[in-house]
Design a protein around this ligand. Sequence first.
Ligand code: F6P
Length: 351
Amino acid sequence: MRIGILTGGGDCPGLNAVIRAVVRKGILHYEDEFTGFIEGWRGVLENKTTKLDLNAVSDILLRGGTILRTSRTNPAKREGGLAQCIETFNKNKLDALITLGGDDTQSVSKKLFEQGVKVVGVPKTIDNDLSGTDLCFGFDTAVSIATEAIDRVHTTAEAHNRIIVVEVMGRDSGWIALHSGIASGADIILVPEKPFDLVEVAETLKQSRQQGKLFGIVVVAEGAKVAGGAVDLGAAKDEFGHVRLGGIGNLLAQEIEKRAGLETRSVILGHIQRGGTPTAFDRMLATRYGVGAIDMVHRGEFGRLAALRGQEIVSVLLQEALQENRKVPPELLAMADSLQEKHGKAVLSNR
Ligand code: F6P
């Protein structure tokens, strides 16, 4: 078969491992030929391609980013964009298309499938909140990076008797914040699932200081909201309508210093969490997704997504990736709280 591949949306460690697995199994087992589209849907719109053979995917398993590069281009927002994608598909005489991406990328996959393109999706988001699958590759790497960073911040906070706020990724869900926050023993973890009260944050840290703890670590997801209103930093939006986040950590640090009278610093981890080599766990998971996707193509399971359910890679409808984001469940938030001393809660809310 002749198969196209693209990577869309934000990158994450493990994309190359998926591409490698698709291409290796496709060539070695099914005698497929592969065309890579450069920079996600932009490459399809502009017919920017590259040949993907065994040589092209050699030595990429441990590389972060994506050899195909990526963009947040949305063909559905361009006049005649979807028709243009179909024209490119036909021009390249493709039998199928494998799309690696999150809900935005897969919303375009779904539209094209409805117009007859044979698409298989692979779920991808560093935020780990796609509803179709239990776990996204790249998340383990991001949590490891964030945890290591918080561990480092911990010792300097302790040396200076300071509060340090660490902002991690997580637009609509607090998976990275919760996992790295628990793994590093943070005092407070703030997630988008629970708008938080600034008074309560300051009060908790103050009480902790009065009880003898001379420093504190606060982990905040970039999408966490202050009760009574989101923090609007006036940021630009992308083609899928998402506001560029980042900055709540700085605001929070200022408020803590003002309200609790404790010296506070902030660190924004940002794209460091998406960069560099994937963990062994993510390389394995990404490889399983890649093999799952190419097998689906050959079973003719189109309009579907390779997904992890429990320990198994299965195929689910593309639609499932587009449903509401998978939130951190209350039980996990409660678990973080249960580790705190009587004065506080780890996950604060505007109760
Ligand atoms: O959607 C994943 C994500 O990493 C979010 O956590 C973050 O807000 C956003 O992408 C950053 O996007 P960009 O790489 O376009 O700045």
